[in-house]
Design a protein around this ligand. Structure first.
Ligand code: ATP
Length: 608
């Protein structure tokens, strides 16, 4: 009898090693998810119990069918008992349907609650959580672990209960008839279940080996038949070696396949042999008792015993794997709770401030910061950005420019010093309010799958078409959108129109404009855009810089020229600050940068 989950009713070494410690608080927490559904749970338990008992009844009636109906040769009794058995079976099956409905209703509702809770929790997690955790792991936890929980509730809990009831009812009925036969049955069932379990284990390990072998073969094929792989084989004349490697793996594969198929046959053979062995033994022992010792034991009693015995294999097998199911389910819960227990790193103060109006001013005072405690990135950064002004950050790649702007919307918190917005420490501000005041156009613009309009509306769902068009005109992208056959309804993203880096960035500028933030942060793309794209972006951002408080991370000279102040960042420190004209003459890092990078671009721009 296969276990409820994937036919594997034993633990792998890995599962054994990672088995969670089951503690009272853990159990309490697991059961807290059942709490809102207690009435439904009671109904489910009642239907499980009732259906299990009713299901047993026809087996008990077989005794009377044999003794009173057949041996007693009474047609009315025979018909009556057969009809009763029939209706009992129908009733038990109907209740089984209700039981199934209740189980899956409860399980689905609990997973619904858990998924919502998990998603809401994940949305609160800080940027660091997503940069440090693998996206695949997060999604696995969201999908597989929670589905595991659903299975436990709908299958395991229900089957434990129903199996226990069936087993206890069967044993009581057996002991009422004859305690020797009942004890014999009690010994036979688990004894015969064990070899079947062992065969199942062997079969599973073969399946796993075969899977590994299949992976190896796929690996060889991928390596040797890919364009670059086959070239490597040819150039190193490795054909014979590769052929031998493949042949060997192929041979292992067929051996394993034959073993696996035979193990399957053995498995089924054992199942059927052992399950038919039991009844034979009961017939034999029953016969001996009836003929030699106890004439009150009837043929019907022995038939009932046999019928009950065969009903016990399934429940015993399931109950033998409960330990496994239990550990697996607790592991699922523990993994889910691990996520729930992670506090979002960025927390609001008790009474966060939410100023009525915002002017977008920014102040950094002696800010130290690093992503990890062992590596400081920013050192003693101080600067002010007054209302309506523009500060440009320039410096070598990796010097910490993006890191500085990450601190303003509190994607991370400073180690030391203060970052303030509108004159207030960002840690004291309402987080949603703070972020709603900042428009960040990052290097990697992200547009999700959907229409251009959907992407724009993400900034402000109630924006009108006119507002959207106005924002797109300002961002220099309206003409491009209007030229598409479906205009603003053009699909973008994975399955839609493939946009260039420049087009994406301009759409994202329009999106930020719709948000109408009081502070605009523009992280210029480092990747080389063609001159036309650059010009279009340039034209888009110049007026924006002029009209609102803004920070520019600049890689190009033309952008820097418009800034009110330039901060030169090197190794996480502000090494120079001033206007372009002053800095060029200063003969420091900026002059060097200018010589190396900007001047070249200036020449190119001059030429084009
Ligand atoms: P670029 O001009 O190439 O965009 P930048 O000046 O903006 O560079 P930052 O992105 O601020 O540089 O990076 C500064 C340093 O911080 C780099 O050494 C980088 O490796 C490190 N860093 C950036 N992001 C993270 C992160 N999420 N976790 C750990 N370290 C990071």
């Amino acid at each position: 009898m296969p276990g409820p989950r994937g036919g594997r009713n034993f633990l792998t070494e890995e599962e054994k090693a990672n088995a969670p410690e089951v503690t009272w608080p853990l159990l309490k927490r697991v059961f807290s998810y059942l709490k809102p559904y207690i009435p439904q749970l009671i109904l489910a338990l009642l239907s499980i119990g009732l259906s299990a008992v009713l299901d047993m009844y026809p087996s008990l009636l077989t005794g009377r069918i044999v003794d009173e109906g057949l041996i007693g040769r009474s047609m009315p009794i025979l018909i009556k008992l057969v009809v009763i058995s029939f209706f009992l079976k129908i009733a038990s099956n109907l209740i089984g349907v209700l039981q199934n409905y209740m189980n899956s209703w409860i399980a689905q509702h609990i997973t619904y609650d858990m998924r919502n809770q998990m998603f809401a929790h994940l949305l609160k997690m800080s940027n660091r959580f997503f940069t440090e955790n693998n996206q695949g792991d997060i999604i696995t936890r969201m999908n597989d672990d929670i589905s595991g929980v659903q299975q436990i509730i709908s299958n395991t809990f229900a089957s434990i209960l129903s199996n226990l009831i069936t087993l206890i009812a069967a044993l009581i009925a057996m002991y009422q008839r004859n305690y020797i036969l009942a004890t014999l049955a009690l010994i036979i069932v688990p004894l015969f279940s064990l070899p079947t379990r062992m065969a199942g284990k062997k079969r599973w390990s073969l399946t796993r080996e075969a899977q590994e072998c299949r992976d190896e073969i796929n690996g060889i094929l991928n390596e040797t038949l890919s364009v670059s792989g086959q070239l490597l084989v040819k150039l190193f004349t490795a054909e014979d070696r590769e052929y031998e490697r493949y042949r060997q793996a192929n041979e292992n594969m067929i051996k394993l396949n034959i073993k696996e198929s035979m193990a399957g046959r053995w498995f089924r053979m054992m199942m059927s042999t052992f399950t038919s062995f039991g009844p034979m033994l009961i017939y034999l022992a029953g016969g001996i008792i009836m003929m030699n010792y106890d004439s009150s034991l009837s043929v019907g009693d022995i038939t009932v015993m046999v019928s009950l015995l065969s009903r016990m294999y399934g429940p015993v097998n399931s109950l033998l794997s409960i330990g496994v199911e239990w550990i697996r389910s607790m592991a699922n819960f523990t993994r889910i709770f691990e996520y729930f227990d992670m506090e979002p790193e960025i927390q609001e103060v008790k009474k966060p401030l939410k100023p009525f109006d915002s002017n977008g001013t920014v102040n950094f005072v002696n800010v130290d910061f690093g992503y990890n405690p062992d590596r400081q990135i920013l050192k003693n950064i101080s600067f002010s950005l007054p209302k309506g002004k523009c500060v440009a950050l320039v410096g070598p790649s990796g010097s910490g420019k993006s890191t500085i702007v990450n601190l303003i919307p509190r994607l991370y918190d400073v180690w030391n010093g203060v970052v303030s917005f509108d004159g207030i420490d960002v840690r004291k501000l309402d987080l949603k309010w703070l972020r709603s005041q900042i428009g960040l156009v990052s290097q990697e613009t992200y547009l999700f799958s959907g229409t251009i309009k959907d992407n724009l509306l993400y900034a402000r769902p109630d924006a009108s078409m006119e507002e959207m068009i106005e924002a797109c005109k300002k961002a220099n992208i309206h003409d491009f959108i209007a030229a598409q056959p479906e205009g603003y309804d053009t699909m973008v993203g994975n399955r839609g129109l493939k946009l260039s880096g420049g087009e994406k960035q301009r759409i994202s500028i329009a999106r930020v404009l719709l948000k109408d933030p009081s502070l605009m942060i523009f992280d210029e793309a480092t990747s080389a855009l063609d001159t036309i794209s650059e010009d279009l972006i340039q034209q888009a951002i110049e007026p924006l810089i002029a009209e609102r408080t803004s920070i520019l991370i600049a890689h190009r000279l033309s952008t820097v020229l418009h800034a009110d102040e330039i901060l030169v960042i090197k190794d996480g420190e502000i090494v120079e600050k001033g206007k372009h004209s002053e800095l060029v003459k200063a003969g420091g890092v900026y002059t060097e940068l200018y010589e190396k990078q900007f001047k070249r671009l200036e020449v190119e721009e001059g030429k084009s």
